[in-house]
Design a protein around this ligand. Sequence first.
Ligand code: OAD
Length: 238
Amino acid sequence: MVNLDQARERLARARSVAVLTGAGISAESGIPTFRGAGGLWNNFRAEDLATPEAFARDPRLVWEWYNWRRELIAKAAPNPAHHALVRLETAKPHFTLITQNIDGLHDLAGSGKMLKLHGDIWRLRCTECGAQWPDRRTPLPKLPPHCGCGGLARPGVVWFGEALPDGMMKEAEHAAESAEVFLVIGTSAVVYPAAGLVPFAKQSGAIVIEINTETTSFSPIVDFSFQSPAGELLPKLL
Ligand code: OAD
């Protein structure tokens, strides 16, 4: 594969690398994606489960869904794609992992600092006092969970219509802007502002390499587009 050799060479030469991951990188670990075959949004409505309005209307229903997803994710382990990113991080002087995933598999694989644009399903946040804490129990003993102050707790994730964690998008943009190589792995790249990082990296001069089992709307503008499962392709790229 000439293309693969070329991409591998570009990646090997780069001293600064940024990576954007989406649900597809965890698909081979057995976690369903949101869109495409078997995607969560084929069977569930985001408006009912992943918005502040849905939570205000029925916190128990929203928590049941997140509790179910926590149980599913708890059974999953990082796959070769997550592990490959840890090796890449070690090899590069400048490396930023930007993820839209809330599943914590990058943490389990051993990735260091990362920008979790959409939060973390293993953290809870109090809707009253704002306290945040980790909680890995599955199932949660009582739904909906509460904070020590008595306030209702919510999943520590970003819902549709909510802002990303303070300052995080700026950091992600800085990484995309200064990257020599920008890897886009397993994301349909339709949810903004995260998706905007792909054309932004390209315009800023990065070589953009996409790994996805399907083509996306950005496939035509990237430098290399590989239609392969990330767990198979990414280790070959390193
Ligand atoms: P999506 O479910 O939208 O897209 C997953 C992508 O992964 C698709 O383009 C698939 O083709 C691809 N894919 C599937 N299996 C793969 C594999 N083994 N290797 C490589 N690629 C594979 O997930 P995201 O793009 O992450 O946000 O979705 C973005 C956001 O939309 C999520 O963070 C979530 C969701 O609604 C919130 O909940 C706020």
